[in-house]
Ligand binder design. Structure first.
Ligand SMILES: Nc1ncnc2c1ncn2[C@@H]1O[C@H](COP(=O)(O)OP(=O)(O)O)[C@@H](O)[C@H]1O
Ligand SMILES: [Mg+2]
Length: 413
């Protein structure tokens, strides 16, 4: 097995793989200080596709799982498949659903999937002119991958002009901002739904709620995610059956019609509005931190799930879930999501209770475990009630220290 990536998401995937009787050896590229305890980490970066391919061929890897979107958008799946290697994730064409926001909006429009009204532009003058078609607030988005930073919510014309210029003229996000989209602002509550897609079926995993803002009460800047809970209570049975008809069935039809040959995870970012669920965006891989709360609830063998998805034979019965809830809080470096220091000693990990899951993100093992990224650890717990899980987590976080540690105190409230 080879797991590509170095975040808490990949640690959770490796942790789940390690529970399978079908797994003998796990490699991770490049991995991190936590993954290292379960897998052999190899020093190949996630976008170095040629070397990843060379490694997988040399080691006869029977299954590769790709964590981050960049490798998928670069076409890693096509290259592995060409050589006859099994790999979990969409081909380059399918990865465009995340790699280009314009493409994903066109897809949604074509297949009548409910989403915010939008227009796309690649010229400054046209975009500024186009603002007339929208009321404020509105949302300006860079078309390409921007590590979660390419979306600006604008409250007035001045903010919108600044955002558009920064993308199209100043190339703040490089080529990702060559095109932009402007879209209507949707009011509501967000929910994340990761779905398995095997080419014939689309099967949602248990739902999750991500806490994107840095500070308590959803204040402060957007981040990669500061915490998560599963399930997301807002996605009740009634809403899920609407989502199946209005969104999932249409998405599957679109994937098949466009011949995207999608085998992997399609992550659907939803806004639940007063008028029903709307799709905010698609991602083509596991979410982070959603994976850290959804996989602990999965009771089935994840190897079977990966292989059956690739073979096109996955079915709902394959997925068995714990009725428990899972809560996870992210411990981040001082300064995150802006510039931060690395290399600070982490202490107290050995004192954490046995039923607490500590997934590593930006960590590195030297003579001790040190910080090595913005998001450092994701601390998760299963419990009958979210309240109880939250209490367990915060008791245990108190035992973990590194200089400048910051985290939200309100995950799961
Ligand atoms: N149309 C919209 N209305 C309201 N909020 C939005 C809208 N589009 C995006 N957002 C907010 O911005 C966040 C990031 O947007 P998203 O489309 O998910 O891009 P990315 O994850 O690539 O940065 C969303 O999670 C949501 O909070
Ligand atoms: Mg998003």
């Amino acid at each position: 097995m080879l797991v590509i990536g170095n975040g808490a998401r990949e640690h959770a995937i490796v942790w789940k793989l390690a529970q399978s009787s079908k797994v003998t050896k796990i490699f991770s590229a490049p991995g991190n200080g936590g993954i290292e305890q379960l897998a052999q980490c190899i020093d190949i970066q996630v976008t170095d596709i040629d070397n990843l391919l060379y490694f997988a061929l040399k080691e006869n890897i029977e299954l590769t799982v790709v964590g981050p979107e960049c490798a998928l958008v670069e076409g890693i799946v096509d290259k592995f498949r060409e050589k006859g290697l099994k790999i979990f994730g969409p081909c380059k064409k399918g990865a465009m659903l995340e790699g280009s926001k314009r493409y994903s909006k066109e897809f949604m429009t074509k297949y009548e999937i409910p989403t915010a009204r939008y227009a796309s532009y690649n010229k400054l003058g046209d975009a500024l002119e186009g603002l007339k078609e929208f009321t404020f607030p509105l949302v300006v988005k860079a078309d390409g991958l921007a590590s979660g930073k390419g979306v600006v919510i604008c409250n007035n014309r001045e903010e919108a002009c600044d955002a558009i210029k920064s993308m199209i003229t100043d190339r703040k996000f490089g080529e990702a901002g060559r095109e932009i989209i402007i879209e209507e602002f949707l009011q509501g509550i967000e929910a994340s739904l990761m779905c398995l897609v095997d080419g014939n079926k689309i099967i949602p995993l248990e739902s999750a709620r991500d806490y994107k803002r840095l500070l308590d009460n959803d204040d402060g800047p957007n981040t990669g995610g500061m915490g998560c809970v599963s399930p997301n209570k807002i996605l009740d049975l009634k809403l899920m059956s609407e989502i199946k008809i209005e969104i999932l069935d249409k998405v599957l039809k679109g994937l098949q019609n466009e011949k995207l040959d999608f085998k992997g995870i399609l992550f659907i970012g939803l806004m639940i509005t007063a008028n029903g669920a709307r799709v905010l965006e698609f991602n083509v891989r596991f979410g982070d931190p959603e994976t850290e709360v959804v996989l602990p609830r999965l009771e089935s063998d994840i190897v079977d799930i990966f292989l059956k998805t690739i073979d096109g034979t996955i079915c709902q019965e394959e997925l068995r879930w714990s009725p428990k809830s899972c809560v996870c809080t992210v411990l981040a470096s001082e300064g995150y999501p802006e510039a931060y220091e690395k290399g600070r000693d982490i202490s107290g990990l050995e004192g954490v209770d046995r039923d607490i899951l500590v997934f590593h993100a930006g960590t590195k093992k030297e003579n001790c475990i040190r910080t090595n990224g913005g998001r450092v650890l994701a601390v998760a717990a299963l419990a009958d009630e979210i309240d109880h899980g939250r209490k367990k987590i915060y008791e245990n976080i108190n035992k973990i220290h590194f200089q400048g540690i910051q985290y939200r105190k309100d995950i799961g409230i």
